[in-house]
Write a protein that binds this ligand. Structure first.
Ligand SMILES: Cc1ncc(COP(=O)(O)O)c(C=O)c1O
Length: 379
């Protein structure tokens, strides 16, 4: 189809949830995507943190093709070798004991919320202002932004919002009905908010002392993006439940709830969750990240990117860790992101004054320099 026909049919046949930007994607390679006219774009949003190891990765493509030729799907009534291989890897990486597989971040958080209710027998959650946990009912109830929630009330009861990066606020909010505290180790949608160094440790100690669970949502910060596989590993703590999704299978839909606790048979389920195809893609992605030392790359090149961004005009502050970066700017972030797009750089305005960069973990100084060159022209 031609570019204009795709645009026309998109608005005719697809529900208007996204407000598309002006890019009709055709193909991708490494850190780049190409539109239908062959124009090249440097994707420093990494498919919204999903294209962890870049577009068109041969190893992931081969793993998917090999798996697709034999068994794309098998119901969760039966054993599934790829799922077992992936679960063992995630257990070792997380330090937790068991995995539940689903298909997205919001589903992983739904699983976490249900699991916390089931384990504690309690129904209330302490969540943070600015938080984003997804669009299904319970995850949306744990999400801060009123505009996302208002049309869908009543939502799930029992979510109390407190200030992020303030452990006293958590201590004060706990009561006898509290099942868990749920938060992002680095807030993503709020504008890349990195808490104080001691915050997670303090929260973890409070949860232990008060005998409530700690759920960490690493849907955006996980999968090696911050330089460690899970951002909580910087704090030297272990949550009771952690959720990941986005880039675990390099763009094939997956979500995982990992915990020291578990459901009982029949408590929870997902038809597609952890099917052989997605697990083969995730296994190949994880192997690639580890083989090529990409977490270290994200940290080292991330520092380089942050230092370059800090020197740009109209930049007030650069926040983040590894390849999870927010740039507070003077000007309208969405407008600037649109100008970047025209010049072949993909970033996004996560709020009015913050540009967000989530490059694929394979990005090198070369791509960073290219991004900085474009940003320099615009800022
Ligand atoms: C921290 C966090 N949690 C949950 C989600 C929801 O993930 P999904 O869109 O895969 O449901 C997101 C998505 O941006 C996220 O950033």
């Amino acid at each position: 189809m031609e570019t204009e026909e795709i645009k026309k049919k998109d608005s005719k046949y697809i529900m208007n949830t996204y407000g598309r930007l002006n890019l009709v994607s055709d193909k991708g390679s490494g850190c780049y995507i190409y539109d239908k006219e062959g124009k090249k774009y440097l994707d420093f949003l990494g498919g919204l943190a999903c294209t962890t190891i870049g577009y068109g990765n041969n190893e992931v493509a081969s793993a998917i093709a090999k798996q697709a030729k034999t068994l794309i799907h098998i119901s969760n009534y039966y054993y599934n070798e790829q799922q077992v291989i992936l679960a063992e890897k995630l257990v070792k990486l997380s330090g937790l004991k068991k995995c539940f597989f689903c298909n997205s971040g919001t589903e992983a958080n739904e699983a976490a919320i249900k699991l916390a209710k089931k384990v504690t027998g309690k129904k209330e959650f302490i969540v943070c202002k600015g938080a984003f946990h997804g669009r299904t009912h319970a995850s949306l109830s744990a999400t801060w932004k009123e505009a996302y929630k208002k049309p869908f009330s009543p939502l799930v009861e029992g979510f109390t919002f407190i200030e992020y990066n303030n452990s006293n606020a958590i201590e004060n909010a706990i009561n006898q009905n509290t099942a868990a505290v749920m938060l992002e180790p680095i807030q993503g949608e709020a504008g890349i908010i990195v808490p104080n160094e001691n915050y997670l440790k303090e929260v973890s100690e409070i949860c232990k002392r008060k005998k409530i669970l700690l759920i960490l949502d690493e849907v955006q910060s996980g999968n090696g993006r911050t330089g460690k596989f899970f951002a909580y590993q910087y704090a030297g703590i272990l949550p009771d439940i952690v959720t990941i999704a986005k880039g675990l299978a390099n763009g094939v839909p997956i979500g995982v709830c990992i915990s020291n606790y578990e459901f009982e048979k029949g408590n929870h389920a997902s038809t597609f969750g952890g099917n052989p195809l997605v697990c083969a893609a995730a296994n190949a992605t994880l192997d690639y990240i580890l083989k090529h030392n990409l977490m270290k790359n994200a940290l080292v090149i991330g520092k380089y990117l942050i230092s370059k961004l800090s020197k740009l005009k109209k930049v007030k502050k650069v926040k983040g860790k590894g390849f999870m970066i927010g740039v507070e700017i003077i000007g309208d972030a969405k407008e600037i992101a649109n100008k970047c797009l025209k010049k072949g750089l993909i970033v996004n305005g996560v709020n009015k004054f913050t540009l967000r960069l989530l490059p694929p973990l394979i990005a090198t100084k070369k791509e960073v320099n290219e991004a900085i060159r474009i940003l320099k022209q615009i800022l």
